[in-house]
Design a protein around this ligand. Structure first.
Ligand code: SF4
Length: 345
C-alpha cells in the first residue's frame, strides 16, 4: 500500500479535539493551516494527484445522518472521511469538487452515537434482506476508502470495535487497497469487506494508485481468517474491446475460483455495478488521464442519464446494458456459481 504522507494539513478549529491534535503531531513536521470550512479550501496551486497525496484536511462532520441505501447496505453511515488517496478515473467522490484531498472527520464518537441512535429506533428483529439476514448493515466507506483512512487515525479501529460489540448493527465497506494493519483488529464477522475487482489490465489504467488486483485477490483468504466477512464488488464493470471484456472477466473469475479457500467461498457474495461516467469528469480526465478515457468514454455504447445531484451522467444504453448484464451473469454462473450475486445494475 502507498504510504500517505501529507506535507500540509488544513484544519477547522472545531476539528482540533485530542484526535485532531494527535493526527497533526503524527505527521509533524508539516505546514498546518487553519481554514473556516473543511469543504471550502483556499485556491490550491497544485494538480489533482498532488492534492490527494500532499494535503490532509481535518474537519468536524456536522450533518450526522444515516441515509437509506438498500443496495450495498441498508443504510449509508455518516462519513468518517471524504476523499481518497487513490485517483480512480471514474470515482464519483471526485466529481463534485475541483480538488479532492482526504478530509478526515475527527468527531468519531458523535458519528458512532448517531449510528447507535439510528439503529435503536428500527424494528427488531430485522426483516432479512439481501444486505444481511440478521443485522442492520451500515456502509462506512461511501465517500472514501476505509483502508486508507485506517492508516491516518483510530476512527476505523473504533468503528470496527463498535460494530463488533453492537447487538443489531454490522459494518460494510468496499475497498481497492490492502491494509494489513486491519488484520490485527477483531471484527468477529461484524464487518464485511468488499474487495473491488475488475480485470487487472484495465485496473492498471483506471484504478490509479490503488493496490493491484492480484494483491487484493490474494488478501481475501487472510481477511476472512482474521474474522472479517469478505465479499467482492465487481465495480465498475467496463465494457471494452468487442468480446475481450468477457474473456477478461472469465479469467478474473477463474483466478478467484483457484485462490479462495472453500470456507471463504461458502460465505462469499458479490455485487455488480456497470460503469456510470460523467461528462464533466470526462473533460477533466482528458487532461489528467486520457488513456483511461478511451475505456470510460464510449458514446457508441452509452446514453445520458441526469443524476440526482443534477450532473450529466453517462451509462450504457439500456438495451445494450441488459444484454451486457445477461452475458456477465452467464460467465459468472459458469465460472463461480458459488458466489451469489446480491444485486446487479
Ligand atoms: S479507491 Fe475508491 S474512493 Fe478512492 S479514488 Fe478509487 S473509487 Fe474513489
Amino acid at each position: 500500500m502507498h504510504h500517505f504522507s501529507p506535507n500540509t494539513i488544513f484544519y477547522t478549529p472545531d476539528a482540533l479535539n485530542e484526535r485532531g491534535k494527535d493526527i497533526i503531531q503524527q505527521y509533524n513536521p508539516v505546514e498546518v493551516l487553519q481554514t473556516p470550512q473543511h469543504n471550502r479550501l483556499p485556491p490550491l496551486e497544485i494538480g489533482h494527484y498532488k492534492a490527494k497525496s500532499d494535503i490532509l484536511v481535518l474537519g468536524r462532520l456536522k450533518t450526522l445522518q444515516c441515509k437509506w441505501s438498500g443496495r450495498s447496505a441498508d443504510y449509508i453511515a455518516p462519513s468518517f472521511a471524504n476523499g481518497c488517496f487513490g485517483a480512480c478515473a471514474y470515482c464519483y467522490v471526485d466529481r463534485h469538487k475541483p480538488v479532492n484531498p482526504i478530509t478526515l472527520f475527527t468527531n468519531v464518537e458523535e458519528i458512532l452515537q448517531t449510528i447507535d441512535k439510528h439503529v435503536q429506533q428500527l424494528p427488531w428483529p430485522k426483516k432479512p434482506n439481501q444486505t444481511d439476514e440478521v443485522y442492520y448493515t451500515y456502509d462506512i466507506g461511501c465517500n472514501s476508502d476505509v483502508s486508507v483512512d485506517a492508516t491516518i487515525a483510530d476512527s476505523i479501529r473504533l468503528a470496527i470495535d463498535f460494530f463488533r460489540d453492537h447487538p443489531k448493527a454490522k459494518a460494510t465497506f468496499a475497498t481497492k487497497f490492502v491494509n494489513p494493519t486491519l488484520l490485527a483488529l477483531n471484527p468477529q464477522r461484524k464487518t464485511r469487506i468488499r474487495f473491488s475487482l475488475m480485470p487487472a489490465r484495465i485496473s492498471k489504467l483506471v484504478d490509479v494508485r490503488t493496490d493491484p488486483i492480484e494483491q487484493r485477490i490474494q488478501a481475501i483468504n487472510d481477511f476472512y481468517q482474521a474474522g472479517y466477512e469478505v465479499h467482492v464488488n465487481f465495480s465498475p464493470v467496463i465494457v471494452y474491446g468487442g468480446k475481450q471484456w468477457r474473456a477478461d472477466y472469465q479469467e478474473l473469475f477463474l483466478q478467484l475460483d483457484q485462490t479462495l479457500l472453500p470456507e471463504v467461498k461458502a460465505q462469499m457474495q458479490s455485487e455488480v455495478i456497470f460503469l456510470t461516467h460523467n461528462r464533466s469528469q470526462h473533460e477533466a480526465n482528458l487532461e489528467i488521464n486520457p488513456k483511461a478515457e478511451t475505456l470510460l468514454w464510449t458514446p457508441v455504447l452509452q446514453e445520458d442519464k441526469r443524476s440526482q445531484m443534477g450532473g450529466y451522467n453517462i451509462r450504457y444504453e439500456r438495451h445494450l446494458k441488459s444484454k451486457m448484464m445477461e452475458v456477465f451473469q452467464q460467465i459468472h454462473q459458469e465460472t463461480i456459481p458459488w458466489c451469489h450475486i446480491r444485486y446487479i445494475f
